[in-house]
Design a protein around this ligand. Structure first.
Ligand code: AMP
Ligand code: MG
Length: 415
């Protein structure tokens, strides 16, 4: 425990570690065609069976020759070689070649072993088969060598890597038509609360629209999981129990929002204690103090707080890395950067704050951040108007203008 830990509140890092230590990959290996594999996680290291490029070739349209033939070449002393054939991409030169000769060559075309450089076509004059040069080229000029990008036996991507649009063409260049990956995690999502109404219905007094399911499902759509939408569940013991049992039968992960704090209508705790093994945590973070994590019969449970900002912050900071582990993905620490805060920020020591801010670079090239204003955990506009979290350490107090703070730019999950 550090000097600033608050009794009864678990530091965020401890909660993340606890989940990472408890959870394991639950997704079986499937084989997918390369064209469908984007966003999936590799279940094996990918070892190249090919050299890329597979043969020595030209990086330019021009003339391939032996550089010793032009060793004394200059503007004052041009040298001419005889063109004896052509090498096109896909149609290599197959004849024999003597010193004093050259071939026409195109970008990507094979260069014969007897030649060792290419001169750009813009630097020569052509008169029938006589090609005249005015410079002495360097050895290996404008050549691309076998395996210079990737060589046979090289590990190109590692097990646990989630495939990006940049990986797919790389794997295509190596000839992989299908890949071993982990299947999608199945995630059931439900909102709980008597006050919640679906979109399209008229709100009566005291009611609000269920917005958390939209933020949760929206964010989940960016991490390539299969979402099972369980809608809105009333604050009713039997209804909650029935929904959780059904979700547990269908999904690897069950995510609820609302009903996990200590209010009289918060039945989730009661139900879960009965049908699963649940830890109710009070986290040393703001927003997002009440959070539940545990195991049901078949699935893992994340109980997010109901306040809309708290729900998305805990989903992003806690549940997403936990689900990455369950999907076989190598979990990476988020990118955090130092920025100069140009506003004053209110902060009480004792919890790590995830305040919402906007970063930019000022005219002096300095990374700066501003606050979105009201940081209430129900003020969702602070999320939509921000581009980063301002991460204020647990032991920190108020921030004065000009202090350096840590920011966490939103990843592509949030953008
Ligand atoms: P609870 O965690 O159930 O005590 O809810 C805390 C606050 O979040 C209350 O103001 C709820 O009305 C609100 N809330 C709970 N669930 C949702 C939801 N799905 N969408 C929007 N607000 C919600
Ligand atoms: Mg509630």
């Amino acid at each position: 425990m550090s000097s600033c830990d608050v009794p009864g509140l678990m530091p965020l890092a401890d909660a993340i570690k606890k989940m990472q230590d408890t959870l394991c990959n639950v997704c079986e290996v499937i084989t997918l065609p390369l064209s469908s594999a984007l966003g999936y996680t590799l279940s094996q290291d990918i070892i190249s069976q090919q050299n890329v490029p597979p043969f020595n070739n030209s990086a330019m349209d021009g003339y391939a020759l032996h550089c010793d033939d032009l060793i004394d070449c200059s503007v004052m002393q041009p040298i001419s070689l005889i063109e004896v054939g052509k090498s096109f991409a896909g149609a290599p030169f197959e004849g024999s070649i003597q010193r004093g000769q050259c071939i026409r060559i195109m970008t990507g075309a094979m260069i014969p072993d007897a030649l060792n450089c290419v001169v750009m076509q813009e630097q020569v004059t052509v008169d029938g088969e006589t090609i005249t040069f005015v410079n002495a080229p360097k050895l290996h000029n404008n050549l691309r060598f076998t395996g210079e990008d990737i060589s046979v036996g090289q590990t190109v991507l590692s097990k646990g890597h989630k495939l990006t649009p940049r990986d797919i063409p790389l794997l295509a260049s190596l000839g992989f038509s299908e890949l071993p990956v982990y299947r999608q995690l199945k995630v059931a999502v439900m909102s709980s609360g008597d006050e919640l109404r679906p979109l399209g219905s008229k709100l009566e007094q005291g009611e609000i629209y269920d917005s958390n399911r939209y933020s949760i499902i929206g964010l989940l759509s960016r991490i390539n999981v299969e979402v099972i939408d369980f809608g809105i569940i009333k604050d009713d013991y039997s209804e909650i129990k029935a929904a959780l049992i059904k979700a547990d039968q269908q999904a690897d992960v069950v995510i609820t929002s609302g009903g996990v704090s200590v209010g009289d209508a918060d039945f989730i705790k009661q139900v879960l204690n009965e049908i699963g093994e649940i830890g109710f945590w009070k986290l040393a973070i703001k927003p997002g103090k009440p959070f539940a994590f545990g195991k049901l019969q078949n699935s893992v449970f994340f109980g997010l707080p109901g306040n809309p900002v708290s729900a998305i912050v805990t989903l992003y900071q806690l549940a997403v890395p936990a689900m990455a582990k369950m999907s076989g993905e190598a979990v990476k620490a988020p990118l955090r950067l130092n920025a100069v805060c140009i506003d004053t920020l209110r902060k009480a020591p004792g919890r790590t704050d995830f305040q919402r801010g906007n970063y930019s670079v000022n005219e002096q090239g300095q990374l700066i951040v501003t606050t979105t204003g009201n940081q209430g955990s129900g003020v969702f506009s602070s999320m939509s108007q921000s581009n980063c979290f301002i991460v204020l350490e647990q032991d920190r107090g108020n921030i004065a203008k000009g202090e350096t703070v840590e920011i966490e730019p939103y990843s592509q999950l949030m953008d």
